[in-house]
Design a protein around this ligand. Structure first.
Ligand code: PRP
Length: 223
């Protein structure tokens, strides 16, 4: 049987996803080995395998069919803009895509001035400023530590992920506008969805049921 291949985003998202799969009875050899450098994990009995990739590469693997399924942040899906089916919001990895900067730069967003925007997400930033706000800006692509840009004068504002807000606070910056909420999503290759519909639908059904069960349990505990 051809294995169903699932691409996971390396790091915290992969850990949470493997935990979730384990709770529905889908496991693979070696995923629990701490500090392992292994990238691929198989379960021959279940006919599936997981592999670990960098976030921005997950949609690429799924688009080309090297993986049938991918688990990745909505930010990456929006940025990579590949044709995939987004089938499930996994509810974890929650954070927000925001325009951030020193409070003194808020006026540039209100006046619609031509400003410089530093970001790891040029497509998301372009879409937000040009299509939603109709503000002409210069986008500067960076690869990390985006919060530095307004501090050292590379850009007036940044478009970046805010989770706890600690990085902004510790660097004297704040949220100026929210672009959109984010969380981990499951994406599926369009051909796989047809060819392997039964097996992929069963995985989605199991995960959905478990997420619904957990949400109900949480709601009951709060009552
Ligand atoms: C992300 C993001 C922010 C930070 C937000 O960076 O780009 O810098 O996390 O989290 P917080 O609101 O909880 O402080 P990441 O740690 O992924 O590293 P990077 O700067 O290399 O992108």
């Amino acid at each position: 049987m051809r294995p169903i291949t699932i691409a996971l985003t390396k790091g915290r998202l992969a850990k949470k996803t493997l935990d979730l799969f384990e709770r529905v009875g889908i496991t693979a050899d070696g995923t629990r080995v701490e500090d392992s450098r292994k990238l691929i994990f198989k379960n021959e009995d279940l006919g599936l395998q997981f592999f670990l990739a960098k976030g921005p590469d997950v949609p690429t693997y799924v688009y080309y069919g090297a993986a049938d399924i991918g688990i990745v942040g909505r930010d990456t899906i929006m940025e990579e803009r590949l044709k995939l089916y987004e089938v499930l919001d996994l509810g974890y990895g929650r954070c927000r895509m925001c325009v951030c900067g020193p409070e003194s730069t808020r006026k540039y967003l209100e006046s619609g001035d031509q400003i410089r925007v530093a970001t790891k997400y040029p497509n998301i930033a372009k879409d937000y400023f040009l299509n939603k706000k109709h503000q002409t800006v210069e986008i500067i692509k960076l690869n990390g530590s985006i919060e530095l840009a307004p501090i050292v004068g590379l850009a007036e504002v940044i478009v970046d992920i805010v989770e706890t807000g600690a990085t902004l606070r510790e660097n004297g910056l704040g949220v100026l506008e929210e672009v959109c909420p984010l969380s981990a999503r499951m994406v599926v290759n369009q051909v796989s969805m047809k060819m392997e519909n039964e097996r992929i639908s069963e995985i989605i059904r199991l995960l959905k049921a478990e997420l619904a069960r957990e949400a109900a349990e949480k709601a009951a505990a709060l009552r």
